[in-house]
Write a protein that binds this ligand. Structure first.
Ligand code: ACO
Length: 425
């Protein structure tokens, strides 16, 4: 039975349909609101606005639940590979053994990047941030791999290329930034191991793969693989809605992810913890975070959707303990992070504002332990988020209700005013 809500304004009644999600979430369909009433809705930051119906990821922020295609992220982190997770997100179900083998072969076949792309890297200033480089390089891929005639084939090929080449591009940017010899992908290595090998293998010190390090990276990537309509995913959908190429849409997603309020927070957390360690000013940091007049925030705390403990942060925290113990590393930043969490979780301000550690709070400590430099943290997040961006883009272009994203506004500028010639101003 269909349900609706009534809007009453100046004695007139307007009926708007209610839409239900499969987990019981409810939305008022306002798509006819302006036509029927002349009103638009205003929702700065879109905190109460659903931009689409999606069957990919379910989050319950109050209960701390995250599922991809119905499967709890905890189960995927425990049992799945990153490749299986990517397949699940993009194709809507887990692959069979044959499908997974075919997928692996394709990813391997497309893992090299055009040699001419290396010239770009050599001309970026040495101090460039790798996220800026990655965003440009992904957009540049279109020039090297022109469009195929068959749309379905083109989409499948672009998806495979992106999943495989972004990993190579990221490792390449690291090697070139250090002035080191580039390491090519190896067909005998799995997705995560291959990346680690491209990052850290050297002619003078062959990289030894450690099972726990590979696992840590795999779990990190699985936990980041999708997060429904977050800022970068919305950027991918919005830019994609203009029917640009998938490369351009993903490039926009990478640019959005770079921001310190979004994916850039994993780098910002380490910088904040290092400053606390150096200046021994944890209490001051907490006080500053609570001060309305101070723009400082506890990085890695708070989330637009989670008003409970982020389930990804819980897994990352355990992973940090495990990896550091395995590698016999004692990182003072982990102790500071735990102490900070303890103080914040007992503090009225953080309790009242429902502020808990988010995925970025412990992830940087894991990445540091496995040797990833701080300015590459967000790049690793981008590689992890790629399957989600692709799945969301694909869902949007397949949606029969698809529309160009074009929000409206309430204009608050000057009323009509005449042009004043320059000598009279
Ligand atoms: N430290 C201190 N206060 C905070 C924090 C924080 N980290 N986060 C939110 N608050 C406070 C705000 O000051 C605000 O207080 P007020 O209502 O008294 O004015 C209230 O909590 C709500 O904050 P908003 O910014 O309105 O909430 P929003 O949902 O827009 O913010 C965000 C979410 C951007 C993630 C925010 O919590 C934040 O800035 N956190 C730090 C950055 C961070 O860790 N980002 C990574 C997020 S996870 C990801 O993108 C992968």
């Amino acid at each position: 039975m269909s349900e609706s809500v009534k809007l009453i304004y100046n004695g007139n009644e307007f009926e708007l349909p209610v839409i239900f999600g499969s987990e019981g979430e409810r939305a008022i369909d306002i798509s006819t609101l302006r036509e029927k009433t002349g009103f638009i809705t205003l929702d700065t930051g879109y905190a109460n606005t659903g931009s689409c119906e999606s069957a990919i990821t379910y989050i319950n922020g109050e209960k701390g639940i995250l599922r991809y295609r119905g499967i709890p992220v905890e189960q995927l982190a425990e049992h799945a590979t990153f490749k299986e997770t990517a397949y699940l997100l993009i194709n809507g179900r887990l692959p069979t053994r044959e499908e997974l083998t075919r997928f692996s072969v394709l990813l391997n076949d497309h893992s090299l990047v055009h040699e001419d792309m290396r010239a770009f890297y050599e001309n970026f200033p040495r101090s460039s941030h790798p996220m800026g480089i990655l965003s440009s390089m992904v957009n540049a891929l279109r020039s090297f791999y022109p469009e195929l005639q068959n749309l379905e084939e083109e989409i499948n090929m672009t998806v495979t290329r992106l999943l495989s080449k972004v990993r190579t591009l990221a490792a390449l940017s690291y090697k070139i930034s250090r002035g080191h010899k580039v390491v090519y992908p190896r067909p005998d290595l799995a997705y995560c191991s291959n990346f680690l090998n491209m990052m850290f293998d050297s002619p003078v010190r062959p990289y030894e793969l450690d099972e726990d390090v590979v696992r840590a990276l795999r779990v990190f990537w699985i936990l980041h693989a999708d997060h429904e309509q977050n800022c970068s995913t919305s950027a991918v959908r919005l830019v994609g809605s203009a029917r640009v190429t998938l490369y351009a849409a993903i490039s926009a997603g990478i640019a959005a992810l770079w921001g310190p309020l979004h994916g850039g927070a994993n780098q910002a957390v380490i910088e904040m913890l290092s400053e606390i360690a150096e200046k021994k000013n944890m209490k001051k940091a907490v006080e500053r975070a609570k001060d309305k007049k101070d723009p400082f925030r506890l990085m890695g705390f708070g989330h637009r959707v989670y008003k409970a403990y982020d389930p990804r942060a819980r897994i990352m925290k355990k992973m940090a303990d495990k990896v550091l113990a395995k590698l016999n590393i004692s990182d003072p930043l982990l102790d500071i992070a735990k102490e900070l969490e303890e103080i914040a979780l007992k503090d009225d301000y953080f309790i009242e504002h429902h502020l808990y550690p988010n995925v970025d709070f412990y992830s940087g400590i894991v990445l540091r332990a496995i040797g990833i430099p701080t300015n590459m943290f967000t790049v690793l997040f981008a590689i992890g988020r790629l399957p989600g961006w692709i799945a969301q883009w694909r869902e949007s272009i397949d949606d029969p209700k698809w529309k160009l994203y074009r929000p409206r506004q309430i204009y608050i500028g000057p009323k009509e005013t005449s042009f004043v010639p320059i000598d009279e101003r």
